[in-house]
Design a protein around this ligand. Structure first.
Ligand code: SAM
Length: 220
């Protein structure tokens, strides 16, 4: 993990993102083979509950298209965004109806107020945590007022790396705040949390926090 920091205490995001991208290019097949989503699909369905069929959904850090694109792409106008070309290649096979773009969570190539719902499952946890505020600000920018967010993050705070994740030979790194700080940052970005759940991690043990929220800023 790159731990060199600038005068503001921030790590070089481009260098960090390159490492995550290279890691996911290498681990894509192994991750896809191990990924289980049965516990997550109900959350994905609830984020679009009541939305019109022309609703626009952005899956930020879509990976190979589980669990969001495979569930929603045939019914809604979905865009999957990811750093990793290998992950996007898997997503294009799994969810051919989705539009796919390379991009970074800290600089979404999406217009203001452009989406009705945004999902980010197990992706923000790969951004250095001092940049999570920037990611949530991007989510707030692209969501229309009243738009919905489904996000996963850590229950407790943690940073770490694995030099051979899932025995793929690829290295990976993670960085996240604990529940209280994440909810505080979401609130500061204009999100009202509507639901929370802790779900077990089928890949590495441990648990993840699923947060459902609504973007409130701008509403009268
Ligand atoms: C653990 S995978 C999860 C993929 C998918 N959301 C799922 O639930 O299966 C995390 C994904 O986030 C992507 N990712 C990590 N950091 C990112 C960033 N800064 N910008 C865009 N995508 C990122 C990775 O490339 C990877 O495909």
């Amino acid at each position: 993990m790159s731990d060199e920091r600038d005068s503001d205490g921030e790590r070089d995001h481009a260098e960090w993102a390159r490492a995550v991208m290279t890691g996911y290019d290498g681990v894509a097949e192994a991750y896809d083979a191990d990924r289980r989503t049965a516990d997550e699909v109900p959350f994905v369905e609830s984020v679009v509950d009541g939305l019109a069929s022309d609703a626009r959904v952005l899956d930020a850090g879509c990976g190979g298209g589980r669990a969001v694109l495979e569930t929603l792409a045939d019914e809604y106008e979905t865009v999957g965004l990811d750093l990793s070309a290998e992950q996007l290649a898997l997503a294009s096979e799994r969810a051919p109806a989705a539009r796919l773009v390379r991009g970074d969570l800290t600089r979404l190539p999406v217009g203001d107020d452009a989406v009705d719902a945004l999902t980010a499952l197990h992706s923000v946890i790969h951004v250095p945590r001092e940049r999570h505020e920037d990611v949530f600000a991007e989510f707030a920018r692209v969501l229309r007022p009243g738009g919905r967010l489904l996000l996963t993050t850590g229950v407790g705070d943690w940073e770490g790396e694995n030099d051979d994740w899932l025995d793929s030979g690829a290295a990976m790194q993670w960085s996240f705040h604990g529940r209280e700080r994440s909810l505080e940052l979401l609130s500061e970005a204009g999100f009202a949390v509507e639901d929370e759940a802790v779900v077990g991690d089928e890949l590495g043990g441990g648990e993840w926090l699923f947060v459902s929220a609504r973007f409130e800023a701008g509403e009268s």
